[in-house]
Ligand binder design. Structure first.
Ligand code: HEC
Ligand code: HEC
Ligand code: HEC
Ligand code: HEC
Ligand code: HEC
Length: 182
């Protein structure tokens, strides 16, 4: 697969989805058709620019926070750009085709346009914040499934209101509408 390229930025921005007008809010269901698929519980196949192997990295005991460095600090976990990859891959596995591919992209000043798997659309008016969950020891797997067994991330947990509110009830976290909505 040829990687989809976007102009390089500071490596922390996430590429816009089709139909998306601002980089601030992203959605896993950018179109009406996708929303219908979601309703019918048909999972889309995420076309990522590169088949990123979570399993290999988690298997090497690289902590999630190494790549998703915002996760314990604020709302966004963040998705790493090539600059983060190259911290390791300048030296690691440089003989493999996929690593040579990303090195060549970096050399051309390009970055990887990852497609979002999880997320709410602006119209959902949902507010989420990772940091308080990590502080309160909610596992990544509770909300994202076992990503360590996946190659590219798959959406296998649905973030419905019931999913959020059930746990907030159990854990005595706020169920005030304005905690999660704006
Ligand atoms: C903290 C270090 C680290 C970071 C950061 C990192 N990797 Fe890796 N990566 C590894 C290690 C270690 C391996 C296993 C190498 C081996 O098989 O010996 C690996 C393996 C891979 C492989 C499999 C290579 C193959 O074909 O066998 C790919 C593809 C890959 N990484 C892509 C990426 C991409 C893309 C990024 C950035 C989004 C990234 N890596 C970030 C350490 C890292
Ligand atoms: C309580 C549930 C919950 C937990 C725990 C959680 N996440 Fe998330 N995660 C979400 C939701 C909801 C979104 C979508 C949020 C949005 O788009 O506003 C998300 C989005 C993401 C994204 C997409 C990029 C971004 O910045 O939002 C990544 C990457 C991510 N999570 C990684 C992690 C990792 C790594 C952990 C554990 C260290 C973790 N998450 C723990 C619920 C959770
Ligand atoms: C070496 C870097 C690296 C490590 C370590 C890593 N990830 Fe990721 N993660 C990525 C990259 C690159 C993507 C974008 C490609 C994709 O969606 O698979 C991503 C995507 C994700 C997504 C989907 C975000 C979205 O909404 O699009 C989740 C959830 C996620 N990772 C969770 C985790 C969890 C949980 C761990 C630890 C068990 C982890 N990741 C470890 C690099 C990493
Ligand atoms: C498995 C349990 C669990 C799930 C699932 C969960 N939460 Fe939470 N949430 C918590 C806990 C625990 C806290 C921390 C409460 C505290 O700090 O007192 C929290 C805090 C929050 C906060 C911060 C409130 C504040 O004090 O600022 C927001 C916002 C939030 N959750 C939104 C969500 C949303 C949206 C979802 C669904 C996508 C979700 N949560 C799913 C357990 C959960
Ligand atoms: C713990 C977080 C949380 C709390 C508290 C919460 N919601 Fe939600 N709500 C969500 C999430 C997540 C969604 C689903 C967004 C999506 O994917 O469309 C949602 C969806 C909705 C929707 C859209 C219809 C639907 O069911 O999908 C409405 C309306 C709504 N919430 C109203 C409320 C009201 C009113 C309250 C207070 C009584 C409230 N919510 C409290 C998280 C929360």
């Amino acid at each position: 697969m040829q990687p989809t390229a976007v102009p390089s930025n500071d490596g922390s921005d996430i590429a816009l989805l089709p139909g998306q007008v601002s980089g601030v809010f992203t959605t896993a269901r950018p179109t009406f058709g996708a929303a219908v698929d979601d309703f019918l519980n048909r999972r889309p196949v995420y076309e990522q620019p590169l088949e990123f192997p979570h399993n290999i990295h988690v298997g090497k005991e690289i902590a999630c926070e190494v790549c998703h460095e915002g996760v314990d600090k604020g709302p966004k976990a963040g998705i790493p750009g090539l600059r983060t990859c190259m911290i390791c891959h300048e030296a690691i596995a440089t003989d493999r085709p996929r690593i040579q591919q990303i090195t060549a992209m970096r050399d051309k000043g390009l970055d990887l346009a990852w497609q979002r798997v999880y997320g709410f659309s602006n119209d959902d008016h949902v507010r989420f914040n990772h940091a308080p969950h990590i502080r309160n020891k909610v596992e990544c797997a509770t909300c994202h499934g076992n990503v360590g067994e996946q190659t590219i991330a798959q959406r296998n947990v649905e973030h419905t209101m019931g999913f959020c509110v059930n746990c907030h009830n159990e854990r005595k976290a706020s169920i005030d509408c304005l905690t999660c909505h704006f």
